[in-house]
Write a protein that binds this ligand. Structure first.
Ligand code: UN1
Length: 487
């Protein structure tokens, strides 16, 4: 069956038919697999503003019920949605299933959270006074998502935004519009079962950059949560700041792994394969720099080279494939610009861009080693002294994820200490990618500083209100200030 026919059948499962001016291509063979219509940012913002007025007063646990129903729909449609992710984003089926599971997990998390949007009670310095903090809904949340996680990253944001009382507008990557349509179909099923959600609570606005920009500039959007390149973030951040809106940025990573003399080399090699070559190197958490102690470098590099030579690259629908295609020709050119003739293209499926992961021994951390190339290139840097390894980990503009392989507790603890890794994520004896939803996800420096998903990331989707209540018959002022009118 052709890829477009396969896509058509899956879309039919979601009650969808392809039509419109925006074309989706499958990275598997470059063929057209469907079309969607470009959305209207202004009417979406107007509808979201109206929906907000109703949704913000719905009790949070009831809002959680909608997210519970969404999780239920996702469980039922897990296999078909994963297949669509594979067809449109080129991920292997295992990873696509994992991505949908990540959506289910965050829904479960958000349902629990809908009964735990806690504020503090604060001891007042004044007699007969009470202080407290409340968390109120913020307003419409715009989610800009990238092709590489075409459904999960939206879910991290949407599940939290909804229980926090906010409408959601989704501008997905123009490379993965069909996945977004399918998710919206599931949202609509959940909304139907829920019964009385306001119209316009969850909207999809398809389009290219101009559509994203119009949404970003709209003052009715209270929070812009954007995932993508640092270049995109540099454009979005100042625009939103100029209108005093809120941003949550999850941008580029240039993630390292330090491998120490005491490390379990076989474990490290397996983690390196998954984190550098998995998803064809197209995760923001992908391992891009291997900082390895000179005493173990020879053995580890040989082992990783062996794994790269042997890993199965090809059609992501095949169960034994570990590495699918790059998203498109532009991604291939980006990799070619760095590797030149060292780039090994794999002739897997005609029309697709399949590449072999490539290890590059770098003598210094400079040039392309400092940049995020969204492709499976792994730079190797050798170190002699642990301080040098830590410095190399941190001496890049990005600060998303990092990891260390060591069995020396001092090295592990130093790596996670205030003077250690400067990244938002620092792992021990696992690679830098493949995070669980329970933790806060995001990073520092050019990664943008935002935190999504678990822990207390929900606070970014709410506004904090401090309340002081006087239940006495006097009016004492804070700091003991006297301001009395003479009798
Ligand atoms: C991304 O690439 O934008 O930690 C997100 C991971 C995934 C999320 C990656 N859970 O690799």
């Amino acid at each position: 069956m052709s890829i477009s026919r396969e896509t058509e059948e899956i879309l039919a499962d979601f009650g969808l038919r392809s039509s419109g001016e925006l074309i989706s291509f499958s990275p598997i063979d470059g063929s057209e697999i469907g079309r969607v219509s470009v959305g209207d940012p202004a009417s979406a913002c107007a509808a979201a503003e109206k929906a907000f007025v109703q949704w913000r007063v719905v009790p949070a646990p009831r809002r959680g019920e909608l997210v519970r129903l969404l999780g239920d729909e996702l469980r039922k449609a897990k296999a078909s949605l994963a297949d669509l992710v594979t067809l449109e984003a080129g991920k292997i089926v295992q990873e696509s299933l994992g991505e949908v599971q990540e959506m289910i997990d965050i829904c479960d998390f958000a349902v629990g959270l809908s009964r735990q949007l806690y504020g503090l009670t604060i001891a007042s310095e004044r007699p007969n006074h009470r202080m407290m903090e409340q968390w109120h809904p913020l307003g419409p949340v715009l989610v800009i998502s990238a092709f590489n996680f075409p459904v999960a990253v939206w879910a991290w944001n949407a599940a939290l935004a909804l229980v926090c009382g906010n409408p959601v507008i989704w501008k997905p990557s123009e490379k993965t519009p069909l996945c977004a349509e399918a998710v919206l179909a599931l949202v609509n099923r959940a909304i139907e079962r829920f019964g009385d959600a306001p119209e316009g609570l969850v909207q999809l606005v398809q389009g290219e950059r101009d559509i994203g920009e119009a949404l970003v500039d709209d003052p009715r959007v209270a929070l812009v949560s954007a995932t993508g390149s640092t270049v995109m973030g540099k454009a979005v951040g100042p625009k939103v700041a100029a209108r005093f809106g809120r941003v949550l940025l999850e941008l580029g990573g240039n993630n390292a792994m330090i491998v120490c003399p005491s490390a379990d080399i076989e474990l490290a090699a397996r983690a390196i394969l998954f984190s550098s070559a998995g998803t064809a190197g197209q995760r923001c958490t992908t391992l891009r720099r291997l900082i390895v102690h000179e005493s173990v470098a020879g053995a580890l590099v040989a082992r990783v080279r062996g794994l790269f030579a042997q890993v199965r690259i090809g059609d992501p629908r095949q169960p034994d494939t570990l590495i699918g295609p790059l998203i498109d020709e532009a991604a291939f050119s980006g990799m070619k610009n760095v590797l030149g003739d060292h780039l090994e293209r794999v002739e897997a499926v005609p029309g697709g861009f399949y590449v072999r992961p490539t290890l590059v021994e770098a003598s210094a951390q400079e040039g392309s080693v400092l940049k995020e190339t969204f492709a499976p290139i792994l730079y190797v840097l050798r170190y002699a002294d642990f301080d040098e390894a830590l410095a190399l980990n941190n001496q890049v503009p990005q600060g998303l994820s990092s990891s260390i392989f060591t069995n020396d507790v001092r090295e592990a603890e130093r790596f996670m200490s205030a003077a250690g890794s400067d990244c938002g994520i620092a792992n021990v004896n696992i690679g830098p990618s493949g995070a669980e939803i329970g933790g806060a996800f995001g990073g520092e420096k050019e990664t943008g500083g935002g935190r999504e998903s678990g822990s207390d990331s929900w606070r970014a989707y709410m506004r904090r209100q401090t309340n002081t209540i006087n239940y006495g018959s006097d009016l004492p002022l804070a700091q003991g200030v006297r301001f009395d009118v003479a009798p």
